[in-house]
Design a binder for this molecule. Structure first.
Ligand code: SF4
Ligand code: SF4
Length: 156
């Protein structure tokens, strides 16, 4: 832009007028803001939130078969799990499932390889408000891993 053009733009407040016009154009439209945390924006259908274990919704039974595939698939070794087999039972009982949320990149590989059907034992949930001030609370144990657990919303 030449010097004269720039001078005329600033003398006649062209940029200011452009800004005001833009503001006026958007003023009658409804606001696209959410009053977080009172209002939460709905997440996209394929949103990858924190990992969650699922139980059978009808019986409440464990769906994880303790196959260890999720732990092996994780590139950062963030999942450790184990279980035991009761006499006469085909499926192992899940004893522990430790997940290090603090280093998770939400890549979804662990959930993708989970083989259980029709209910996937391990899913990327819609939960995302799990920030905390302590590293210890970023290690989720099995009882904190189930889908549907209430999340304590952030407050000062
Ligand atoms: S989402 Fe990715 S980084 Fe996070 S636990 Fe699963 S495999 Fe590991
Ligand atoms: S891959 Fe699925 S079924 Fe296998 S141990 Fe992980 S959560 Fe359980």
């Amino acid at each position: 832009m030449s010097g004269l053009k720039r001078l005329l733009r600033s003398v006649f407040l062209v940029d200011l007028a452009k800004g005001l016009l833009l503001t006026l154009r958007y003023t009658p439209k409804p606001a696209f803001t959410f009053q977080y945390p009172a209002e939460r924006r709905p997440v996209a259908p394929r949103f990858r939130g924190v990992l969650r274990l699922q139980v059978d919704p009808e019986t409440g039974a464990q769906t994880c078969i303790v196959c260890d595939q999720c732990a092996k698939a994780c590139p950062d070794d963030l999942i450790a799990l184990g279980g035991h087999r009761e006499p006469g039972q085909k499926i192992k009982i899940l004893d522990y499932f430790d997940f290090n949320l603090s280093r998770c990149s939400f890549c979804g590989l662990c959930s993708e390889v989970c083989p259980t059907k029709p209910i996937k034992a391990l899913i990327m949930s819609e939960d995302y408000e799990l920030g905390s001030y302590s590293r210890a609370t970023q290690i989720l144990r099995v009882d904190e891993m189930y889908d549907g657990l209430p999340i304590e919303p952030y407050s000062r």
